[in-house]
Write a protein that binds this ligand. Structure first.
Ligand SMILES: [Zn+2]
Length: 460
């Protein structure tokens, strides 16, 4: 700050901004969980440059002013585990047990996937996520370069995890790992500040120990995280124990994969020792309550994980096992399921659930320095929620309103990296109707496709 500026009175200080949001209630999700009534937020070059009360703010000169009256401004929601392109499979395999769901329906359909299918399916999911207030998601799938294309076009933020599955002999796993490394080198170098990369071994039961060890070594070399399904299926967890004489977590520990940037989705069938090991190595967990209930995978012990000190983010899982990507829906069910699991309504209070969907999610993805709260210096990923609704009146408890009453459709405006991506529910970055029509056509075409396995092997 120059001497000239210091000499000005606080109210006279002029600050230039690209976007200013005025008169809103700010749920900051900062360390002290400050809530600011009659607040103002300034954004410049994608960064949050001012957060505070309107009465104490400097004079803000902006290109765009947003009226936040009767609106809550909060950090954009973070979906820590999904498979965006699986929107194409929404509703194709309902009410099935997880192993037959995967082996009889999902995997055969995925064997027919072409890169362009992944692109159109991901675009559809991005639009759905933006419309329900998600600004960042962590994706695991094939053809992640196509997901990246959808992210670039829609303006979202994402952690890509190119999926890796092994085969007998290990050749297929190696081919997929090579492709994943190519994606990691392309997008992981910080050239695009909205796209990050992890390696995505599908699960302990679908990758050999040898391949998992190689993935661990490569992730260390590139200094990137690993995203895996962990202890999701009781049957697969039992078969790992039978084959290797140890749990999935113990096996990962032995292979050197338990580390702070291991993102483990589901974490249902865990022993106390497993939880202790995860906490010791600062492994991050993702709780996917809707998918866990729908596939009857079990109910993870989230309270025990949190009590042990494990960071837990929230995820929807793919649209084929949810069937929507609305994180407000996930927040509500996340809270309710844990209360039922422990027989205690005090478990997972609303404020903690909002933390899990914002700042804890950012920590789980290794992005806590960038996103997860509305604080000066963070990237501007902000959503506005219209509270001028019967189901959000009166507003006695903001966190309870967000978790138990709000819906994705209450989100009016979405800002990602300082850019307005949705204004009064109108998507600005892409043509929503075109995205929906194209995805629908692609989904029907994929289901009726007769051609044999094509394009599943990564374009090395
Ligand atoms: Zn999953």
């Amino acid at each position: 700050m120059s001497d000239a500026n210091i000499s000005l009175e606080k109210g006279d200080f002029l600050m230039k901004a690209d976007v200013v949001i005025r008169n809103c209630i700010i749920v900051t999700m900062n360390m002290t969980a400050d809530i600011i009534k009659q607040g103002v937020i300034a954004i410049k070059d994608g960064l949050i440059t001012y957060v505070g009360r309107s009465s104490e703010a400097p004079i803000l000169e902006a290109d765009i002013y947003i009226d936040g009256s009767r609106k809550i401004a909060m950090p954009g929601l973070i979906n820590c585990h999904t498979h965006a392109a699986m929107s194409l499979f929404r509703g194709v395999a309902e009410d099935k047990e997880i192993t037959s769901w995967l082996r009889e329906t999902i995997w055969p359909l995925e064997s027919k996937l072409r890169p362009e299918d992944v692109y159109y399916g991901s675009l559809l999911s991005c639009v759905e996520m933006i419309k329900s207030g998600t600004t960042c998601f962590s994706d695991m799938y094939f053809h992640e370069d196509m997901v990246a294309k959808a992210i670039e076009e829609t303006g979202m933020r994402c952690v890509l995890s190119p999926g890796i599955i092994d085969s007998i002999g290990g050749l297929f796993g190696e081919v997929l790992l090579t492709g994943a490394l190519k994606i990691a080198r392309k997008y992981g170098g910080g050239t695009n500040n909205r796209i990050y990369v992890m390696l995505g071994p599908h699960a302990v039961y679908s990758c050999s120990p040898k391949l998992l060890r190689r993935i661990g070594e490569k992730a260390s070399e590139l200094n990137i995280g690993i995203h895996i399904h962990l202890a999701e299926s009781e049957g697969e967890s039992a078969s790992i124990r039978e084959t290797y004489g140890r749990s999935e977590v113990e096996l990962l520990s032995e292979l050197g994969l338990l580390r702070p940037n291991l993102l483990a989705a589901h974490c249902i069938h865990l022993s106390d020792t497993d939880i202790m090991l995860m906490a010791k190595h600062d492994v991050k967990a993702v709780y996917n309550p809707v998918s866990n209930m729908k596939l009857s995978s079990g109910i993870p012990r989230i309270k025990d994980l949190l009590d042990a000190g494990v960071t837990v983010g929230l995820g929807t899982d793919g649209p084929a096992s949810n069937n929507i990507l609305d994180m407000f829906d996930t927040m509500k069910i996340a809270a309710l399921l844990q209360k039922a699991r422990y027989g205690d309504p005090r478990v997972l209070p609303a404020r903690k659930v909002v933390e899990m969907a914002t700042r804890d999610g950012a920590r789980a993805l290794g992005l806590s320095g960038l996103i997860g709260s509305i604080e000066v210096g963070k990237r501007a990923d902000i959503i506005l929620i219209d509270i001028n609704k019967p189901h959000l009146t009166p507003l006695h408890d903001i966190y309870a309103a967000l978790v138990y009453s709000a819906r994705g459709s209450d989100v009016s405006t979405v800002i990602i990296d300082g850019k307005i991506v949705m204004d009064e529910r109108r998507i600005l970055s892409v043509d929503e109707n075109e995205v929906v029509e194209r995805a629908e056509k692609t989904a029907y075409d994929l289901l009726s496709r007769k051609d044999p396995i094509r394009d599943l092997v990564w374009k090395a």
